[in-house]
Design a protein around this ligand. Structure first.
Ligand code: M6R
Length: 613
């Protein structure tokens, strides 16, 4: 974040960094023009509070400054690796998001000139290079120095600079990671996310790729990396800051779990127009879509689990083959792609580097790309041919919850949109399926009303367990994977999800006395054969001493004798079952983590937006 204006920069920056902390929080720092021709820099490893503890009390006189919260890529999270970084003279400071891929060569070049680098980061080279460029021609200004340096950088770099000799100016450059300018009255802001300045202004300008912004209290000048005036997109921030507050819960994640009915409704809203399912952006003709003969879904983590569910819907409704792949593997195995391939990229942040690179690879091979994303204007939707936004609102908890269920619904909408284009579903059938999707909001609300408290009690009871296994079949399999991922990332507990049919091929050896096993049951009516098979699987694990926690449809009496603990969810259609059955597993993971004393919103080693490969 950067600020230039009339307020005490320290106060503005700390306020903004608090709202940005979810993006990374292993260290934090600020650099503030001290009003006496120097820069005051404070940095501290650990959460933002560690930085606040070392800041001078009360506001300093400086009204220009920058701040950063870090998620380590190069160099461990220590004080000396915390941003901002400075050049040797201490007159230039930089904060950086991303990775400067050619930093080793640049570092060697600087060292050969006798420059001493004081951190292990890739970012520090940018401060030295800008200082050198500025000193070569101070009259050309800081912006010119930054422009000369970014031309030499490779990789992903969104950078903010300040120079002690230009105490009324901030210069920022964007490539890859997001950057937004906040326009105030006699003050300007720049940040990775509007949340950083929403307390001060709601007028914003989104920077595009390869753009540089020069901020003074009076305004912003945006140019491209070549120095030409650049086009920008002004917008008004209309979400309430309250929407990102915890709403009375201890953790954002708990609030976000409760917001799922709204997130589902908002994601569905406006997508059925005159009997047709419409996307938010479509730069593909109907004919180009009709030519599609194969679909790849690429995504990471939780979004990948949503993608697994997309396969069931799209293949069933469209009769077209669908492959689902983790984005980080996709481009390295030379997938067969051409104009008639549709790649569906799912990403909450729209900035995940693995998914973004998969999208770029797909486009290079001429494949069509459709993005499902929760972040308006993020890089992945910008580089896609079509976009469907999940309108889940900001998700602060690192663990994806409401964005997962919204992604699942969005996948189904994409399935219906394709089905109507291919002609594999008539309009009345599409409308019926859409109405079915709408019913999910009520069903998920019923789950929240009925199961949260008993599930939390169960979680407290099992919080001391060494490991938990999750089993499912068909659409219950991705739910099992997602339940295990939530428990791993929040409770740091060994957790694995399996297709229940695979149990006998190896994983059953893991079953031992009192091991908790969560089983996601299919409907006894809708999927009777699968239900029978899962009953047998439960018997097998029970016989070997496992504690069985069963998520089953209300009224499923056949499973009751085999469930040590039964979590009942409403009866819904097969494709909606993952929505109702994943909610208790989110609650379970959050409560186990809380019982173990962990920060549910900020699990160790994880960041909300993973902008490196
Ligand atoms: O922003 P994205 O949806 O692209 O993020 C993908 C994953 O990093 C993300 O879903 C991650 O797995 C979550 N922390 C899981 O809760």
């Amino acid at each position: 974040m950067g600020y230039v204006g009339k307020r005490g920069a320290q106060e503005v920056l700390v306020n903004g960094l608090r709202r940005l902390e979810y993006r990374g929080y292993d260290s934090a720092g600020v650099a503030i023009a001290d009003g006496a021709g120097g820069l005051e820099v404070h940095r501290a490893a650990g959460p933002l509070d560690n930085l606040v503890a070392v800041l001078p009390e009360g506001a300093t006189s400086g009204t220009t400054g920058m701040g950063h919260t870090r998620w380590a890529t190069h160099g461990p999270p220590t004080d000396r690796n915390a941003h901002p970084h400075r050049d040797g003279s201490g007159r230039v400071a930089v904060v950086h998001n991303g990775i400067i891929e050619n930093f080793a060569a640049l570092r060697a070049e600087l060292e050969a000139e006798g420059v001493e680098l004081t951190s292990d980061t890739d970012s520090e080279v940018a401060a030295h290079l800008v200082a050198r460029a500025f000193d070569t021609d101070p009259d050309a200004g800081l912006t010119a120095a930054v422009r000369a340096v970014v031309a030499r950088l490779e990789g992903a770099f969104t950078l903010v600079f300040t120079h002690a000799d230009r105490p009324d100016e901030i210069v920022a450059a964007r490539r890859s990671s997001p950057l937004v300018v906040g326009v105030g009255q006699g003050e300007m802001f720049v940040a990775s996310d509007v949340a950083a300045f929403i307390d001060f202004t709601r007028d914003a300008v989104e920077l595009g790729q390869d753009q540089i912004v020069t901020l003074t209290a009076e305004g912003a000048v945006v140019t491209d990396f070549l120095g030409e005036t650049a086009k920008t997109r002004p917008f008004h921030v209309d979400w309430d800051i309250e929407a990102a507050e915890k709403g009375g819960h201890d953790f954002f994640m708990l609030k976000e779990i409760e917001e799922q009915p709204t997130a589902l409704a908002d994601t569905l809203r406006g997508h059925l127009v005159d009997g047709r399912v419409v996307l938010d952006e479509q730069r593909l003709s109907d004919q180009e879509l009709r030519d599609i003969d194969k679909v790849f879904v690429v995504a990471c983590g939780t979004a990948y689990h949503a993608g697994l569910l997309a396969k069931y819907a799209i293949e069933h409704w469209c009769r077209i083959p669908v492959e689902v792949e983790v984005a980080s593997e996709f481009r390295y195995r030379d997938p067969v792609l051409d104009r008639s391939t549709l790649v569906v990229a799912i990403s909450q942040s729209g900035e995940t580097a693995d998914t973004l690179e998969a999208v770029r690879h797909a486009r290079d091979q001429k494949a069509r790309v459709l993005a499902i994303c929760n972040t308006n204007g993020a890089q992945i939707p910008r580089e896609s041919d079509a976009v469907l936004y999940t309108h889940a609102g900001p998700e602060v908890g690192v663990a994806a919850t409401k964005t997962f269920t919204a992604q699942v619904i969005a996948c189904y909408l994409v399935g219906l949109a394709l089905a109507q284009t291919f002609g594999t579903k008539y309009a009345d059938e599409v409308a019926r399926e859409y109405a079915e999707l709408e019913s999910s909001t009520v069903a998920v609300q019923r789950v929240l009303d009925a199961v949260v408290e008993p599930t939390r009690e169960l979680a407290r009871d099992l919080a001391g367990s060494k490991a938990v296994l999750f089993l499912g079949r068909h659409v219950g399999f991705p739910v099992a994977l997602e339940g295990a991922l939530k428990l791993k990332e929040l409770a740091y507990m060994h957790a694995e999800g399996f297709a229940a049919g695979e149990l006998k091929h190896g994983p059953i050896a893991l079953i031992e006395q009192d091991l908790p096993v969560v089983v996601v049951m299919p409907s006894p009516k809708g999927r009777a054969i699968l239900h029978q098979k899962l009953l047998s699987n439960i018997r097998e694990i029970q016989a070997r001493g496992a504690r069985t926690i069963v998520v089953a449809e209300e009224g499923d009496e056949t499973v009751r004798p085999f469930a040590e603990h039964l979590i009942e969810v409403p009866a819904v259609s097969t494709l909606l079952q993952p929505l109702v059955s994943s909610v208790p597993l989110q609650v379970f993971a959050a409560e186990v983590a809380r019982s173990r004393g962990y920060d549910v919103d900020k699990p160790r080693n994880l960041a909300k937006s993973v902008t490196v490969e």
